[in-house]
Design a protein around this ligand. Structure first.
Ligand SMILES: NC(=O)C1=CN([C@@H]2O[C@H](COP(=O)(O)OP(=O)(O)OC[C@H]3O[C@@H](n4cnc5c(N)ncnc54)[C@H](O)[C@@H]3O)[C@@H](O)[C@H]2O)C=CC1
Ligand SMILES: O=C([O-])CC(=O)C(=O)O
Length: 271
């Protein structure tokens, strides 16, 4: 059975561990880690079947088959290269870290050299399948428009740096427009999806991102428009925010679970 270690015992981490615990994902939950022990304890209290060990990732990567990162972009730097060195496969949620070209290159090379897989789930967006197909020919443009209720953007470095008072926004307000490379640094916990889109499509500089704060919303909306030789498509998803973290859509947790279900299943059907 696939032996999993996990870093990040917050919203997505807890959903994943519960899905392993209740058998939705057929895998062994071997170990977990978080820099915040309260989050570790809270997660452990939700599990009925598994009592994973709590250990630093430097120790767990010697024992596991797959390391799941659902912590932060900083954690990607701290743990992913080491895990690949240790011949672990990895699944990464904080995909925005890949905007750092050096890290991106290092992760690709380490995965190749150590014969490891790097899994990036679709996360909170829909349409990556079409973009991947279309990418065999020229893509002219990819645009992501993300709308969130203001509290779904709270704490972002861009909001703090520009002293934007989210409580004072009283209508649909475009607060950022720029390339994905800048968006994922300015909003590291809000638009990792822009990174996944960039990697699947035309890269971090050409992928355009617009971020809108909209107090009228209760959902996180991601609209993707793609134009290329194939024609054009638009997708739109209206995501229910996770109750424990309004920045992260519930679909992101479900996407992580779906990816792990696929990885852990020895029986694969379809192309
Ligand atoms: N790819 C996608 O579509 C999506 C990605 N995300 C990203 O996934 C990650 C997890 O999201 P959530 O579970 O909602 O966040 P969360 O804030 O609920 O939980 C994150 C947990 O990771 C821990 N953590 C953060 N940095 C750490 C480090 N360096 N070492 C150890 N522990 C660390 C925190 O203490 C916290 O318990 C975030 O980076 C988030 O931005 C979120 C939604 C969609
Ligand atoms: O969950 C979402 O709606 C998107 C998100 O936070 C991210 O991509 O970082």
């Amino acid at each position: 059975m696939l032996k999993i270690g996990l870093i990040g015992c917050g919203t997505i981490g807890t959903s994943i561990c519960k899905a392993i615990d209740d058998g939705t994902i057929e895998a062994e939950l071997f170990a977990i880690y978080d820099r915040n022990m309260d989050d570790v304890d809270k997660l452990l209290s939700t599990l009925k079947r598994y009592k994973p060990q709590v250990m630093e990732t430097s120790a767990m990567i010697k024992e596991i088959d797959l390391l799941v990162e659902c912590a932060s972009q900083g954690a990607v730097y701290e743990v992913i290269p080491a895990a690949l060195h240790a011949h672990c496969d990895v699944m990464i949620m904080s995909v925005g870290a890949f905007a750092d070209e050096k890290l991106h290159k290092t992760i690709r090379e380490l995965a190749k050299d150590n014969n490891c897989k790097v899994y990036l789930p679709s996360g909170a967006i829909v349409g990556l399948d079409g973009l991947k197909s279309a990418s065999s020919e020229e893509i002219y443009s990819v645009t992501l428009t993300t709308q969130k209720p203001p509290r779904g953007l709270a704490g972002a470095p861009y909001i703090i740096r520009n002293k934007i008072d989210l409580d004072k926004i009283n209508g649909r307000n475009v607060i950022f427009e720029g390339p994905a490379s800048e968006a994922v640094k300015a909003f590291p916990a809000n638009v990792n999806v822009a990174a996944t889109l960039s990697i699947a499509g035309i890269g971090f500089e050409k992928t355009k991102v617009k971020i809108v704060a909209n107090p009228a919303l209760t959902r996180n909306i991601h609209e993707i428009s793609v134009e290329g030789v194939f024609g054009e498509f638009t997708t739109r998803v209206e995501n229910v925010p996770s109750p424990t973290n309004p920045k992260s859509s519930y679909l992101a947790s479900l996407s992580a679970i779906a990816t792990l279900k696929k990885i852990s299943n020895p029986f694969q059907i379809g192309t």
